[in-house]
Every structure is written in structure tokens, then in C-alpha cells.
Write a protein that binds this ligand. Structure first.
Ligand SMILES: [Zn+2]
Length: 375
């Protein structure tokens, strides 16, 4: 079992779920609100985890997390937290359940409304306290279990990224066994989210060489193991490596992300489509890599070394080939995005927190060109 102390305490290996009771006690939680979704619950993963808890520990379970968490779902979960007298959160699931849990912990510690914490309006300074939260990922992609951020679709339609060091969970429990039941498409999409985190974090101009090292290590593991994890979901080594790629991706994106995430946050808001964040990242990544190329020549050489590409080869093409290999769509049209969606995508991408740390600053025209290239 690896116990990592980087940003937070992470217990990482098969069997890590056995460490949950210890971390709940260490965090001083006497009644956790479990935030999860119905899929994770019906797959039996919540039972697996509650089975590790002390028999007399009272719990409350909120399993109505939507695919992309909304402010109204956060308020409903927070209401349950208060009504049931909870004093901490145990988030079990993918990025949505963990992000919803983080939002509940924030409201429990600092009060509402959620919008006052918008980091683009200086809201990070208003975060005073956050209730203790333990995160248990059941996918390998978001890395929310170790990240400073969470993303919520607000009641007014904005998809806001909240960020503060106080949002990092008190402990992360990474047990690759929990990902064995992930279907192929989800494995592919979440895996490309993790790989995109490693690449975008590495490329941001923020100076943080240790985080760069973590990003490249995560990329190395993810690139080599994703096809195997997709084709053979019970391959223990591939699942372990993908979970490490995911955790390392989020450890490295304390540096920020880039234009891929700006556009996928924008497209993730299209209500009629409810598109998966990881799939969106996968399809946007080639166009952004081409756009950034002029600013990143030395870093691209290091990425090529990491993923085993010849120095003259094209990274964007390699990513597109990976997407095809693991069964992801080749563009936005295949996912239902239409011409009429483009102006809205540009407007939101320009305002997204991730756009600020892209290595080459992108104008409206640049975003339009990247979106059209991705159609
Ligand atoms: Zn992401």
C-alpha cells in the first residue's frame, strides 16, 4: 500500500478501502453524508464501502447526484446534510459525486449562497471553513479526490469552476478494484480526461517543475495502459496504472489547465445533450495541441519522449489515433453539437477559468477556429 503525502494524504492500492474508517476517525467525522449516484449505488460499491465502517456509525446517503452536478442538487444534498445532523462528507463515485460532495462541505463550513465563492469574482477569499471530506473515486479520470477544484452548473446556467486549497479532501482513498465494473466507454472517456489533465497541466506557463514531473509520470502511465484498461476491464495492473494517472493528473493541475477544459466546460453545459466531460476533452485535445504548438516546442519534445513518439511525429495525430483506438467519437457533430451552439460555446470558453492558463492566449476567433476544427 502506498501512502502519499502530496497535497493531501492518499491511500493507494488494492484494499485501500480498508483505510476509510481510520480516515473518518482522523477527520473527526461522527456522522458522514455519503454523496454518490444511483449507478454507483446499484453497482454495490456503496455497500462495499459502508461494509468497512464501524457498525454503530450513523450514516446518511444522498444518491441523487446528476451526471453533471447542478446547484439545485447541491442544495438538496445540503438540506439532507443539515436535517440529518451530519458533520462531514464521504464522497463515493466519479467526479460528479465528489464535486457535489465538495460543494456540500463548503456550504456546511462557510454558508451559502454558492455563487459568492465564484473564483472569477474573487470568491476564493470568502471561503472560511470547509467541513471535512473523504473522497473515494470509483472512476479513473477526474482526480477530484486530490484536487483544489470542483465544477457545478449554477441555477443561472453558468458552469462554474470553484477553486481553493481548502477544497482538497482531508484524505483520498484510491482503490483500483472499485473501477473494475466501469463500462468500456466510461473507461475510455474518463481515461482521456486524466490524460488531458496531465498534458494541459504540463503545458501551462505556471512555473512548478515538481508538478511537471508528476504530470509526465501520469501521462506515461495513462498512455501505455488506457487501451488495455478499455479492452480488459479486469486487468489489475492496467486499472492500477489508470487510477494513478488520474490522481497524478489532478496533483499536477494545481498549475491550472487550458483551452481544452475551457471548451469542454462550455460544451458540457448544453442541456439537451448532457455530454461527458472526458469525451469532450478527448475530442478537443488535438485542435488545442495544434493551436498551442508554436508556444510549446520544447515541452512537446518532452511529451513525445514520454509517450514514445518519434521527435518528428505529430502529437495531435497521435491523440486522434488513440481516441479512435479506444472507441471515442472523432468530433462534436457525432456527439450532437450543432452549428447554432457555436456562439454560446465561444462566449463561455472565453470566460472559463481554465482559459487563463492556456500557454497561448486564445481570442474569440481562435476559439471559433478550434471548435470548427473539432466539429
Ligand atoms: Zn477534466
Amino acid at each position: 500500500m502506498a501512502t502519499l503525502s502530496y497535497l493531501t494524504t492518499t491511500h493507494f492500492d488494492f484494499g485501500a478501502v480498508q483505510r476509510i474508517p481510520m480516515e473518518i476517525a482522523r477527520a473527526g467525522i461522527s456522522k458522514p453524508l455519503i454523496t454518490t449516484d444511483r449507478g454507483v449505488r446499484s453497482a454495490g460499491l456503496v455497500d462495499t464501502i459502508t461494509g468497512t465502517l464501524r457498525g454503530d456509525l450513523p450514516i446518511s446517503i444522498f444518491d441523487e447526484t446528476p451526471g453533471n452536478p447542478t446547484e439545485s442538487a447541491v442544495l438538496k444534498a445540503f438540506d439532507q446534510y443539515e436535517t440529518d445532523g451530519c458533520d462531514g462528507v464521504l464522497a463515493i463515485g466519479g467526479g460528479s459525486s465528489m464535486d457535489l460532495g465538495k460543494a456540500v462541505a463548503l456550504l456546511a463550513g462557510s454558508g451559502g449562497p454558492l455563487a459568492q465563492f465564484d473564483p472569477l469574482a474573487g470568491g476564493a477569499k470568502r471561503v472560511e471553513l470547509v467541513a471535512p471530506l473523504i473522497a473515494v473515486p470509483t472512476t479513473a479520470g477526474t482526480g477530484s479526490e486530490v484536487s483544489v477544484g470542483f465544477v457545478i452548473i449554477m441555477a443561472d446556467g453558468r458552469k462554474l469552476t470553484f477553486a481553493s486549497p481548502l477544497f482538497i479532501p482531508k484524505a483520498a482513498i484510491c482503490d483500483p478494484e472499485l473501477t473494475f465494473g466501469l463500462p468500456q466507454m466510461m473507461t475510455a472517456a474518463t481515461g482521456m480526461d486524466a490524460i488531458t489533465h496531465c498534458i494541459e497541466a504540463f503545458l501551462t506557463p505556471t512555473v512548478n517543475p515538481p508538478a511537471d514531473g508528476v504530470a509526465l509520470d501520469g501521462l506515461w502511465r495513462g498512455w501505455r495502459n488506457l487501451p488495455q484498461a478499455v479492452s480488459d476491464g479486469e486487468n489489475r495492473d492496467a486499472r492500477w496504472q489508470m487510477m494513478m494517472c488520474s490522481t497524478e493528473g489532478a496533483m499536477s493541475f494545481i498549475k491550472g489547465l487550458g483551452a481544452v477544459h475551457a471548451m469542454s466546460h462550455a460544451a458540457g453545459r448544453i442541456e439537451r445533450l448532457n455530454l461527458h466531460h472526458g469525451t469532450l476533452n478527448a475530442v478537443f485535445l488535438p485542435a488545442v495541441l495544434r493551436f498551442n504548438a508554436s508556444e510549446c516546442s520544447e515541452k512537446y519534445e518532452r511529451i513525445k519522449q514520454t509517450i514514445g513518439l518519434a521527435l518528428g511525429a505529430d502529437i495531435a495525430e497521435a491523440v486522434a489515433a488513440m481516441n479512435a483506438d479506444i472507441g471515442l467519437p472523432s468530433g462534436l457533430k457525432a456527439m450532437g453539437v450543432e452549428e447554432g451552439d457555436i456562439p454560446d460555446l465561444i462566449a463561455y470558453a472565453m470566460k472559463d477559468l481554465s482559459a487563463i492558463t492556456n500557454p497561448r492566449s486564445a481570442t474569440e476567433e481562435d476559439f471559433e477556429a478550434m471548435i470548427r476544427e473539432t466539429l
